[in-house]
Design a protein around this ligand. Sequence first.
Ligand code: VGL
Ligand code: ZN
Length: 202
Amino acid sequence: MPRLAFIIVDVQHDFLPGGALPVPEGDQVIPVINRLQPQYELVVATQDWHPPAHGSFASAHPGRQPGEVIQLNGLPQVLWPDHCVQGSYGAELARGLDTTRIARVFQKGTDPAVDSYSGFFDNGRRHDTGLADFLRQQGVQEVHVAGLATDYCVKYTALDAARLGFKTRVLLPACRGVNLHPGDVERAVAEMRAAGVDIMPA
Ligand code: VGL
Ligand code: ZN
């Protein structure tokens, strides 16, 4: 039974340079993640998978611009450019990512009314993706997390993993952040550390 799993977060075309919501240097995580994968008995991935006009898209809120924060069904929501629309090229796992070892892909962000940064739950913690049950069924006790973006989906996935009782490590050399505001990645790392997440430095 694998006790250690690797969670690859949102390595999708739209988060790479040239994509709809480009993470600076996002493409640089791909070779690092590919090199790491053989060290794990179990590899899973998450995939941001939004319907058109998802509530996190600025375009769904007339007069609003990407980067603004609104209240979306009672939760603060950063507005983003349209990204990772179900079935689009931008939503595909990046072509350069080795997917042969990925046991299962967990999709999130499918409910138009709530965003989902974590690979475990939506931001309101109402819908569960099944990732936690899957890991437990596989006997996993420890997870290593990498991918995009450090200050959003990697952070919330790692925080939920730790809260769910998995020993959790974030591999910063295999992560890049959005840094919508300067210092966002540093603050995300500090928050993860404070929550008991082990950080492999960049
Ligand atoms: C993400 C913003 C919006 C991420 C997803 O994968 O970090 N960020 N949707
Ligand atoms: Zn998204």
